[in-house]
Design a protein. Structure first.
Length: 428
């Protein structure tokens, strides 16, 4: 808006988004849906899907109008929120739990990732070029679409389990472990696609030759950052010297710098944030129990802001077109069916009974925040069109809305075990 300076405009945008996200999040919880559904709806309400189009039709100025760089600063803030959200999600993983159940986690991960990836890559050319971005060839679009529909929203899964008071349960940890592994694979894949597309645009004839060196550079760099961070913390007297606040500060800085590094070497920033979060989960940098305040701020303030800002870019008015609406419905059906069947079959092959396998499949089907991060990355990199982004946002909304009631239904019918109580004081 022309009457406000950029700083005041940014603060107004953040304040309005947080207020509307809070109100719609509470409304969603009242009707039995995850708060994330309402927080996503806040962006849809304030964006071009509803109020934005109405105000534009009335020829009035709008605080969230995507003109003259008006949203650039807000998107920068949202990027920081997304980085910390992914980092905190990585810090949630129970590493010893994964090691003790390698076969089970591996089979479910393979099914939950492999079936959506294969099915989407096979069918993606049918949606070309409507959903394909300007910078992507057919192969890059198909690969990105397959990876985009293979994700699981670790933050949403964590929030749903925490709201239900079952985060300490074995099935909850199993679901999170699988989601962590699959999301890590997805981020590596997306980062490689982004790097290859960038090099091909620059005229590099052997773009695929960078994959291994790039991955090795990223791994070595993140390991070096972890070593330097540990030594810096020790040189400063340890995180205990500054208490819980210092631990949260160290973890946030570590996650952010990891994101900067992977972005700097040509991979996506979220990969660095996620890996650094997993490193934080090991407890070697700071005590994991000290990170509760950081998790509270990220999930309670930064995540709703990130969700709302991400949904601002979606224009659901395109669904008025019957052809586009049919395409969107087909993609949503493909996403739900392939993820559910892949995770369920993987669970059954791993030896899970029917009800636990259904519970895990229901949890892994939630796309939520991670789907939005992936969609935003694809739109930013030119791998998908605005229409493609809109459909991915729709997938995130539908699957997140489904996950809460389904998880609640299945978990209620699975009795707890005695050894699950050891995690309860820390996680719930």
């Amino acid at each position: 808006m022309r009457s406000l300076d950029p700083t005041t405009l940014l603060l107004l945008q953040i304040g309005v988004l947080l207020a509307v996200a809070f109100l719609l999040g509470r409304l969603a919880e009242r009707i039995g849906l995850p708060a994330t559904t309402g927080e996503l709806a806040a962006g849809l309400l304030l964006g071009p899907s509803i109020l934005g189009s109405l105000i534009a039709a009335a020829d009035r100025e709008w605080v969230f109008a995507p003109v003259s760089g008006q949203l650039d600063s807000l998107r920068g803030v949202a990027l920081f929120c997304g980085v910390l959200l992914i980092g905190v999600a990585g810090a949630t993983v129970d590493v010893p739990f994964i090691r003790a159940r390698t076969r089970t986690v591996g089979l479910i991960s393979l099914g939950a990732l492999g079936l959506p990836l294969a099915a989407t890559m096979a069918l993606a050319p049918l949606a070309d070029p409507v959903l394909r971005g300007p910078e992507a060839g057919v192969w890059a679009f198909a690969a990105f679409a397959g990876l985009a529909l293979s994700v699981s929203a670790v933050p949403v899964i964590v929030k749903i389990f925490a709201d239900l008071g079952v985060l300490h349960r074995h099935l909850s940890q199993l679901s999170l472990s699988v989601a962590v592994i699959d999301d890590a694979a997805v981020w590596v894949g997306i980062s490689v696609i982004a790097a290859v597309v960038h090099l091909e645009q620059a005229g590099e004839p052997s773009a695929w030759a960078v994959d291994v060196p790039l991955a090795l550079t990223a791994a070595a760099g993140l390991a070096l950052i972890a070593v330097v961070a540990r030594r810096t913390v020790r040189a400063g007297g340890g995180s205990a010297h500054g208490g819980v606040g210092m631990s949260c500060l160290i973890a946030a800085a570590f996650i952010t710098l990891g994101a900067v590094f992977t972005d700097g070497v040509g991979l996506d920033s979220t990969l660095g944030a996620f890996v650094c979060g997993v490193i934080v989960a090991s407890g070697r940098l700071v005590p994991v129990a000290d990170l509760r305040p950081l998790r509270t701020v990220v999930l309670g303030v930064l995540a709703p802001l990130f969700l709302a800002v991400s949904a601002l870019s979606a224009d659901l008015t395109a669904l008025r077109d019957p052809g586009f609406a049919l395409t969107a419905a087909a993609v949503v059906l493909l996403a739900v069916a392939s993820k559910s069947l892949g995770a369920y079959w993987g669970g059954r092959l791993a030896g899970l009974e029917r009800r636990p396998a259904l519970a895990v499949a229901s949890a892994l089907n939630a796309r939520g925040t991670v789907q939005l991060v992936v969609a935003a990355a694809g739109l930013r990199l030119g791998l998908i069109s605005v229409e493609g982004f809109t459909i991915l946002v729709l997938v995130a909304l539908v699957t997140s809305a489904m996950a809460g009631p389904l998880i609640r239904h299945h978990m209620r019918q699975i009795p707890p075990t005695s050894d699950e109580g050891r995690r309860e004081p820390l996680l719930d």
